[in-house]
Every structure is written in C-alpha cells, then in structure tokens.
Design a binder for this molecule. Structure first.
Ligand SMILES: Cc1cc2nc3c(=O)[nH]c(=O)nc-3n(C[C@H](O)[C@H](O)[C@H](O)COP(=O)(O)OP(=O)(O)OC[C@H]3O[C@@H](n4cnc5c(N)ncnc54)[C@H](O)[C@@H]3O)c2cc1C
Length: 586
C-alpha cells in the first residue's frame, strides 16, 4: 500500500474511533456535569471515554498524594518483557522494543492512541534525512546548546539533556525509515520560527493543528506488525514492586477488572504530565497554579502515574517547570482547547495594555508564544487587557498569523480533515459564544467596558486614544505589531478581554539519568524503571517555569526520543553516552 494511502486509512480509523468516543461520551458528560461543558466550545475532555469504565480523571477530582506500589499477585494475568504506560511518546518506545525482539505491551487508558502528542504538529529537531535532503542546515548541536542555556548552571542535568538532544535526530530518522513519510516543517512561512519535521502533506493551510496524529496511528499499526500488544481503555492503577524492583503494573481493564501485567525487563512510564490535576499543580508547579488560566493538554493529563512513581520511591525532578502559550481566558473550564474561537480572537494583535496602562509588547513568531505567556504572567494579575471594536471580524482576518493563532475558517482547504466536533470550523462562532457568555466583554462606551473589566476608565480611554493616534500615523511597527496589522478602536460597540496564559505540558516528574532510568530518592537507580516524555521531570531545567523549552528537550520530539531511548536501554542497544565537542558560538 502507498504510504499516502496508509496515512489516509489511519486518519479514517482515527476519525471513527473519535466519533465513537464522542457518541459514547455524551452520557458520561451528561451525568458528570453538563453544566461545566455547556456552551463552552470544545472542552477536549479527551480521556477517550476511559473515565466511564476506569474512574474519572475529572479536573476537579485530582489528588496530589503519592500512590503506593502494590505487592506482586499470587499469579500474574499476563507476562511481557516490556510494559509501556501511555501511547503518546510511549508508542515510539513500544515499537522500538518490539522491533528489537521484546514481548511488549503498551497500556493506554483512553479509547484511542496519542494522548496530548496527537494534538501537536511539529517534532522539533534538526539534521534528519528529510531536512538535510531539503537543503536545511543541521542545527541540532545549537538546539542542544539552547536547551543547556536554560539550565541552572551546575544543576547536574547536562548529560540527560545532551543525550536526548543527540538521539532526537536518530529517533525521527528511525520512524521515517519504518515508513512514516515526514517533511520538514515549513520554514520561512507559517511556523517559520520552528525547526522540525511533521507527517508529510498534513498541514492545514498553515494551521498546525493535529498534524502529528498520523505518527501515532502509524505506530499503533507498526506495534501490531512487530507482534506487540496495544491495550486501549486500560488504566494503570498502581506499580507492582518486589523489594527494590518494579516488576509490573496493576491495571483496570476495559471490562473494569483488575489485572496484573508482569514486565520482566522493564516498565517505561510515558503517561504524560499533570496539566489537568490542579492539586498536583499547587504542590509541584505553583507558578502554573497561581498564574495560568486554563490548560489545553486534555483531561487525560492527570498525573497519577507520576504519583505512582513517587509512591514507589522515585526522586522528583523539574520543580515549577511547565510550558504555556498566550491565550488563557477567565471563566472557562480548566480544560479548554487552544483552538476555540474565543481563544483565537483573544490572541490576535489588538490594542493591549496592562492594569497600569502600559502597552504590552506583542510577539508575532510562534517561537515566541511561550515568551508571550511568560510576559503575561509577569503582569499584575497575570493578564493583559485587549480592546477592539465592532469591525473585529474584518480586522482579525487581515492579520497574517502563524500556527495556532491562524484563524480557523470554513473555507480552509482540507478543513474536513479535522472533525467539527473537535475543532469548530469557524472561529467566529466560538468568538460569539465568548461574547454571549461574557468572557469577551461588550459595551457601548470605553468607560463602561473598562468598568466591566475592572480597570480604571481613564486608563482605558487614554490608552485607546494614544493607540488610535498611533494607528493613524501609520508606523511601520508598534510594540511588536507590524504596521499593516494595526487597527483602530473607534466604532461602537467596543469589546475587551483579559488575556493570560494557557498551559499545554508540565515538566515536573521523575528524575532520570541520561539513559532514562529513574533515580530513587536516595540517588540509586531504580531497577527496571524508566520514564519518558512529560512523566520525566527536569528536562527543561530544575526551575524552568513558564516553559520556554519547545525543542528536542521539550514537547513531542522529547517524548518520542526519551521513550525510544528507554526501549533501547532496556534491550542493550542504546549507544553509550559521550559528551560531544560543541561548536563555538558567536
Ligand atoms: C494543543 C497542543 C499542541 C502542541 N503542539 C506541540 C508541537 O507542535 N510540538 C511539540 O513539540 N509539542 C507540542 N505540544 C506538547 C506535546 O504535545 C507534549 O509535550 C507531548 O505530547 C507529551 O508527550 P507524552 O508522551 O509525555 O504525553 P502524552 O502524549 O499525553 O501521552 C501520555 C499518554 O498516557 C496516557 N495515560 C495517562 N495516565 C495513564 C494511566 N494511568 N494508565 C494508562 N495510560 C495513561 C494518556 O492517556 C496519554 O495517552 C502540544 C500540546 C498541546 C496540548
């Protein structure tokens, strides 16, 4: 079968799974709290219906306590050599271990594979075969140096960061050699600030939405081809520990029965982070708890496997470390999707001030969305205030935005590739809902608008007056906004919205060495226990808050690479680490 056809088939299969979930989940949502989701656009409660069978991961039910391991059962239900928990980045490890001859089981609590990884679009890396063939320079060493530069000097994570960076290119070449057709992420155009690869031909008119889903459906298929087992709707509920060694996992399977899966060679914990667990955020990532407005990672990102790791005696890494973009709104459920129309509207290049009336700089490049979030979090109240007028629809569509700020319109070529139930096909509908529900405030005068937003009226009137005069003077650029995007705020009714940050991954978790083996709290390595992706702590640095680490050391490429490395380490195939010579930088 042609690669393209394989991808189409995978896409179709995914859509069916997804539709099945959406239908099946309706009853759960109705019982569990329709009020929470009503009228809120896509809440993206993407635990794939597992909550119905396996206990809810509702964002209101999180718990931060460590989960103690259980003893080995009298008899195991199933025996494997490698058990991988989580089918996002974890699938790279599961398939690699199976390819190397291991008997593998990948356990996933949701109804479909991919976790938060399937929401992503760019495997941030450099030097892969497809990038070199396209004539792109290999900047992988610079990317590693960039990640190292974010470390607290002397914090001791250097070997891990360098080894992950050095294996990232190899991991992406491996999946490409397996048959997943990749292409360099568009450079010089949409997403120009990111260097990486994505499944070929899947970008939606510059909108980087879920391009990577194809990688995970492809790997699910490969796992079957290599004789591995994929268990969906199966939730790991505890680690099994015998003496110092984690020897398997306890699961609640799709029939709601408790089972024990033995792992004779290793358990790879690749179960994502803790974005949807508010109690864990308060305990481990207080900056996010205090200053982030909502999360886009999905309710499956609930942190229980990290708690199991701590309960089994693992050391913690990465205090207060996470990633966020601009676009968080008040008055939405904690789990709120990055592509909802009101978020898209709020992220545009409007007249923006802080509470004191200072204009807030706007960063147009996708590479700076994290820095934009950091900036908003640093403002009083962790937010800025945007103002626009009744021409906002017309103005917004003239902004030449990248990636997730690129407005979703029904006329986009290929729009039907993404089910409407997942991403509404017209940003204006979600924006209008935000207005109707009062998240985006509407008023006939600026003074009334200011009062509704809780800002001093004179501050807003003065700022808008200065803004309008600036727009009229046609500058080339103002506070980071290109001149062509500057639009006046003059025609009533007026609109305003407070905008903060929206998180999409956490980086507090289990501390590992450079081979992804987990450290115990006393500094020993825990036999048989490995961690990958957002279950690992410290890959952005021990105290890297606000998240500025998309690259081989953060995000999907990190998740894929670390699981791949763990599999090779278990199978004795991970190349020995050698610290490279870094090129001199200017
Ligand atoms: C909207 C959005 C866009 C993004 N775009 C990008 C991008 O373009 N590039 C980039 O580098 N990063 C991006 N990211 C970040 C990236 O998606 C994450 O960093 C990455 O996916 C983390 O991978 P992971 O394997 O750790 O977690 P996941 O991919 O979430 O995988 C973990 C899996 O474990 C499962 N699981 C959890 N608990 C259990 C349990 N108890 N039992 C069984 N299974 C369990 C989950 O259901 C999930 O499927 C984006 C994130 C979001 C939300």
């Amino acid at each position: 079968m042609e690669k393209h056809d394989q991808l189409m088939e995978a896409e179709e299969r995914f859509s069916l799974t997804r539709r099945g979930f959406l239908t099946g989940a309706a009853a759960t949502v109705a019982v569990a709290g329709a009020a929470m989701l009503s009228g809120c656009g896509q809440g993206k409660s993407d635990d794939g219906g597992a909550s119905a069978a396996n206990g809810s991961d509702s964002v209101t039910e999180g718990d931060a306590a460590d989960i103690e391991p259980v003893s080995a059962p009298a008899s195991w239900d199933e025996e494997y050599e490698v058990v991988v928990v989580g089918s996002g980045g974890g699938l790279f490890g599961a398939v690699r271990a199976a390819e190397l001859g291991a008997k593998v089981c990948c356990v996933e609590k949701s109804a479909s594979v991919g976790g938060a990884s399937k929401e992503s679009s760019i495997f941030a890396c450099s030097g892969t075969k497809v990038q070199l063939a396209a004539g792109l320079p290999d900047i992988s060493m610079l990317m590693i140096q960039g990640a190292l530069g974010k470390q607290v000097p002397g914090a001791g994570n250097e070997k891990t960061i360098v080894n992950v960076g050095m294996n990232a290119t190899r991991t992406m070449d491996w999946v490409s050699d397996l048959g997943l057709e990749l292409e360099p992420t568009t450079t010089g155009g949409p997403q120009g600030g990111m260097t990486g690869v994505s499944p070929a031909g899947k970008e939606l008119d510059g909108l980087a939405a879920r391009t990577n889903i194809y990688a995970y459906t492809f790997l699910e298929e490969q796992l079957g081809k290599f004789g591995g087992t994929m268990k969906l709707n199966t939730k790991v509920t505890a680690l099994v520990k015998e003496g110092d060694t984690v020897t398997g996992v306890q699961v609640l399977d799709e029939s709601n029965e408790t089972k024990y899966l033995k792992a004779t060679k290793g358990v790879i914990l690749a179960a994502g982070g803790m974005c949807s667990n508010r109690e864990m955020l308060a305990k481990y990532i207080p900056s996010a708890y205090e200053r982030v407005k909502c999360s886009s990672a999905g309710t499956q990102d609930s942190g229980e496997v990290i708690r199991m790791g701590f309960g089994a005696g693992a050391q913690q890494g990465g205090f207060d470390s996470y990633q966020a973009f601009d676009g968080g709104l008040d008055g939405v459920p904690w789990d709120y999707y990055l592509y909802n129309g009101d978020v898209q509207l709020a992220r545009q290049a409007w007249c923006s001030i802080d509470l004191r009336g200072n204009f807030v700089p706007y960063y147009t490049s996708v590479a700076q969305y994290g820095a934009q979030a950091q900036l908003y979090q640093s403002l009083p109240g962790g937010q800025k205030y945007c103002f626009f007028d009744s021409n906002y629809e017309q103005y917004a569509e003239t902004f030449d935005q990248e990636c997730c700020r690129h407005l979703i319109v029904p006329t986009m070529p290929d729009i039907d590739r993404i089910p409407e139930a997942l991403i509404e096909h017209d940003w204006k509908l979600g924006a209008q809902r935000g207005i109707d529900e009062g998240r985006i405030v509407k008023a006939d005068t600026l003074a009334e608008l200011a009062s509704k937003l809780g800002v001093v009226a004179e501050t807003v009137e003065e700022a808008v007056s200065t803004w309008n005069a600036t727009v009229a003077s046609k500058p080339e650029e103002f506070d980071g906004i290109p001149g062509a995007w500057l639009t006046p705020v003059e025609k009533a009714p007026f609109y305003g919205v407070a905008v903060g940050s929206i998180m999409f991954s956490t980086h507090v978790g289990l501390l590992t060495n450079e081979n992804m083996q987990v450290y115990a709290s006393d500094g020993a390595l825990m036999p048989n226990l490995y961690a990958a992706g957002c279950t690992v702590g410290g890959n952005c640095g021990p105290d890297e808050s606000y998240g500025r680490c998309l690259g081989p050391n953060g995000g999907v490429c990190f998740a894929a690479t670390t699981a791949f490395m763990a599999a090779e380490q278990i199978m004795g195939k991970l190349p020995a680490f050698v610290m490279p010579d870094f090129p001199e930088t200017a």
